[in-house]
Write a new protein. Sequence first.
Length: 69
Amino acid sequence: MAIIDVKAAKKWNQVPKDLQRKIIENVFCSDCFVTTIVDYSLRDDPHGVLLEGKCKSCGKAVARLVEEI
């Protein structure tokens, strides 16, 4: 994981570790459908935290928005 944004990292660290793992393992890929995100970075977003990375299966770019609770 690469931290692009300290604010995003603070938000991400507020998510329980078990939920972080579930989120990382439940990302949509247009080729593979449900996949795991790898080599991802964290970016702050007005709605929460954006994870941007690659599909573990095919390497295609994927992203997941984790909305603030």
